[in-house]
Every structure is written in C-alpha cells, then in structure tokens.
Design a protein around this ligand. Sequence first.
Ligand SMILES: *Cc1c(COP(=O)(O)O)cnc(C)c1O
Length: 364
Amino acid sequence: MTASKTVDLRSDTVTQPTAAMRAAMAAAPLGDDVFGTDPSVNALQEKIAAMLGFEAALFVPTGTQSNLCAILSHCGRGDEYIVGQQAHAYRWEGGGAAVFGSVQPQPLDHAEDGTLPIAAIKAAIKPDDAHFARTRLLALENTLGGKLLPFDYVQAATDLAKARGLQRHLDGARLFNAAVASVRPELVEGLGAASTGSARTALVIAEARRIADCFDSVSVCFSKGLGAPIGSALCGSREFIARAHRIRKMAGGGMRQAGLLAAAASHALDHHIERLADDHALAKRLAAGLAGIDGLTVEAPQTNIVFIDLADAAKARSAELLASLNAQGILAAGLYRLRFVTHLDVDAAGVDRAVAAIRGFFKA
Ligand SMILES: *Cc1c(COP(=O)(O)O)cnc(C)c1O
C-alpha cells in the first residue's frame, strides 16, 4: 500500500470487488431471474440455503429489502414484531415494516452486551386481547454493532419465542462475523495439523448454522465484510420464501440478469468467509494501538468494528479529528462515538497509519 492510498474505515460496505471476484462475475452464466431461470442466482440461493440449513433462499439487492420481505412474510396488518431499539430492522430502515406492511414494531432497550433481556421480551409479548396488536415475531440482530450475542442467550430468547408461538427472524447481515467470533478455540486447536483454510472455514460455517438453527428465517449480507458489491439473501422454509418472493416483487426487487451479482456473492462465500478473522485481528490491532490515549475510551472489539468514545473535553474536537484524519487519507464515521470498521481493503499498514494519525492528533 502506498502512503497516499486512502484507508477507508467508515464501513465494511466500501470494499471493491477483487480481481478474482470480477472474473467470477464476468464468467457467470446468466438468465432472467424474474422468470426464475438465472442459473447463477439459483445456484447462490441453493448454496446459502444449504449452508445455513434452510429449505430455500431468496437473493435480494439489499439487507433492508431482505428484512422487509422477512417481516412482511411473518407478519400481517395489525401484527407486531419485537426488536431492539438499535436494531437495523427497526431504527435504520425508514420504518419500512410499518410504512409498507402496517406492522407495528415493539422496540426494547438493549442490555450492555447487545442482548434484549429475556424478561423484557416476556413482558412485551401481548395477550390475545382486542386492545393489543398481535405479537407475531421476535427479530434479533447478530452481530449487533459488532457485538456477538452469546449463543446461550440466542438459544434462550428464541426458545422463549417459539414456546409463545412467535416466529423468529435473525438479521444476520454480519452472521459470518458472528460465527468467526463464536467458533470455540478448542475446536480450532483440535484441527491440529489439519488446520487448513478450508477446515477452518468448515468450522465457521458449522457455527453459522448452529446460530441459524435457532431461527425461522435468517438474512445475510454479502455486501458487508464478505466483500461482494451488492446483495443479501433471505433464508427460510420453502413456503416462507414463496411469500417473501411475492413481497420482493412488490418492493421492486425482481432483478433480471442478477446472476452477475449472485456470482460475486457466491465467490465471497467460497473465498471470503475464513478471512473475516483477519478483519477481527486488525480491529484488535487498532484498539490496542489506541489504548492509553487521554480523552479516548476504546471499546474492546469482538469482531470488525471498533467504537471510540471521546471524553467530554475531547468531544468538542471530534469534528476536527475526523477532518484531520480525512486530510491524511483516513476515513472514519461518527461524531461523539467514532466508528472504525476493518474489511477486505484494509491492511495492517493502513491500521497503523490510522493509529499514528490519531495519536498525532491528540499529542498536538
Ligand atoms: C447493513 C445492514 C443492513 C442493511 O443492509 P443494506 O444492504 O445497506 O440495506 C441490515 N442489517 C444490518 C445489521 C446491517 O448492518
């Protein structure tokens, strides 16, 4: 990396397709997915469904549309879904489920670790009574702001939902980041000499599936850390996906030679899962590099997102800090809470440049 190259830490959505990914796109056989005859789309849908243990999957342009199709397939007019205050499917999607589906969200506050407390979920499930919307769905997000939801929690929350007759949806935009962070170290050690990239990938996929097994539907983004330019998939039962397919059409998400994009997503599943561990290691490197700066609190990253809180005295300088980083070719997001996200197009040299620039700013 040359000194002048931009280090873009704003989001893991900024990745450019690699040369190998572009080649896979160029070589993809194409049809018309609205007729259901695009072989590359069909292959991707089968691949992700099988990987996560579902009957079927639907390729959609965005994670937002994926969550919308999911909520509107699980819920009807006058139903409600329980969701986190900070969840993308509540806070960051323009209220789509309410706007397009007349589905009411029931947002709950997150605990410090990102979970929705079980007691709060229980208390939010409404009895069958004309006063209330019908509680139909529990929607969790994992990772949430880069935090891994503990597996035991996911199991307990989804068991409760199931026992109470609710559907369970996972916004797993970063499910594979969660799976990488969740693989038990003793399993990796257990591989011993067999610890090849593909053996480690198999462990991560098994972990992703263990998480996915707790849900009736799962949405995964290919355009985040997996490094594809566009696209998400919604997974579920055949019957659920048939409903979601209708909603995707209504939402304008029927795409034609979409195999061009599906091929990129498929390439990402084949080649970019295990390397998410590199992004997590770089996030730790960034956090470690920033430890001990007066006025900064660095939240220890669990995956690929580092949040930095500025102390009151430093808050006034946050815009100045971002501008100073920007001038040095380092992009980050946020204001009082700065966010740095590692990904495919960031390397150790880039992280070290960011660390040096931030340290330099606070020395000045
Ligand atoms: C990015 C993201 C989405 C939405 O993805 P878009 O493709 O930007 O619509 C949904 N959920 C989570 C958790 C995300 O991070």
